[in-house]
Each structure stands twice: as C-alpha cells, then as structure tokens.
Write a protein that binds this ligand. Structure first.
Ligand code: FES
Ligand code: FES
Length: 160
C-alpha cells in the first residue's frame, strides 16, 4: 500500500497529511480531520450526501481519492458559517424547514451554495435541475426548494 504526503486547505486551514493512495476524501475529512458534517450515503456517487466544494466546484467526496485534492481548497459544511453566523444558505434551510433527519442536509446546503455562486437569482426550474444530484430520503423536496429560494433572497444586497 503506497502512502502519499498531501497538503489540503480545508475550511481555510492548511492540513498536511500522509494518506494511502486509495483513501477517499470522505475518509480523510471524517476520520482524520473529524469533519463529520460530510455524510456518507450511497458511497457510489449517486446521492450527493457527501458533497463538498473543491476549488469552489461540487464534488462527491465518496468518489475522490484524497491525493487528487492535494494542493486544493476544500470547503465542508463546517466551513460555511462565519464568526458563529450561519451562511445565508444555512439560515434559509433553518427558516424554511429544509431538513428532517438531516442526513442529506450538508450536501444540499453545499450544492445550493455552489448554485448561488454561479447563479445568484435562479428560477425554480434552475434550482430543481441543479439540485437533482442531491437526494433526500425524507422527501422534503418542497421545503428544500423553498430554502434555496429563500437563500437567494437572503444573499441579495440589503436583504435582512
Ligand atoms: S455518499 Fe457520495 S454521492 Fe452518495
Ligand atoms: S432530510 Fe432526511 S434525507 Fe433529507
């Protein structure tokens, strides 16, 4: 088993680690760094529960070997709040009840964050299409749609 030194910037902090070549990013985040907000669902890249941002792009941490993230910037759900203040997307999910059991929620929140960076004022169809890779076993899709819509409102200049 070969081991590799990697340097990851996770939620703004540099992490220098030695990981086996086959270790997946979700294992590095959860088991080595204690960032258990990233959830393991299907483990085959279908459900979106393990979504994190890699250099701002959504990736499935259950598919990506950690060595491929060497030198890259990773944001997990733990990295979204600033000075104890929830991000607009997190706040919107709270306001609109966009979660039930919560297993899919970190992935939903990160997917919505990526969407609103690309398209700050998405239509409902754009939200639905973007979020199709994030499944919710509790089937709270209407509330998730409401949450993303609300997050777009909160992100607008002058929003409360
Ligand atoms: S756990 Fe990674 S996509 Fe389902
Ligand atoms: S809130 Fe339970 S899986 Fe989505």
């Amino acid at each position: 088993m070969s081991e590799h030194a990697v340097r990851l910037r996770v939620n703004g902090q540099e992490q220098r680690l030695t990981v086996p070549a086959e270790e997946l990013l979700i294992g590095t985040l959860r088991d080595r760094l204690g960032l258990t907000g990233t959830k393991l669902g299907c483990a085959v890249g279908v459900c979106g529960a393990c979504t994190v941002l890699l250099d701002g792009q959504m990736v499935s941490a259950c598919l990506l070997p950690a060595v491929f993230a060497d030198g890259r910037e990773i944001v997990t759900v733990e990295g979204l709040a600033t000075d104890g203040q929830l991000s607009p997307v997190q706040q919107a999910f709270v306001d609109e009840g966009g979660f039930q059991c919560g297993a899919c929620t970190p992935g939903q929140v990160l997917a919505a964050t990526a969407l609103l960076r690309e398209q700050p004022d998405p239509s409902d169809d754009e939200i639905r299409t973007w979020m199709t890779g994030n499944l919710c076993r509790c089937t709270g899709y209407y509330q998730i749609l409401d949450s993303v819509r609300r997050a777009a409102e909160l992100g607008r200049p002058g929003a409360a």
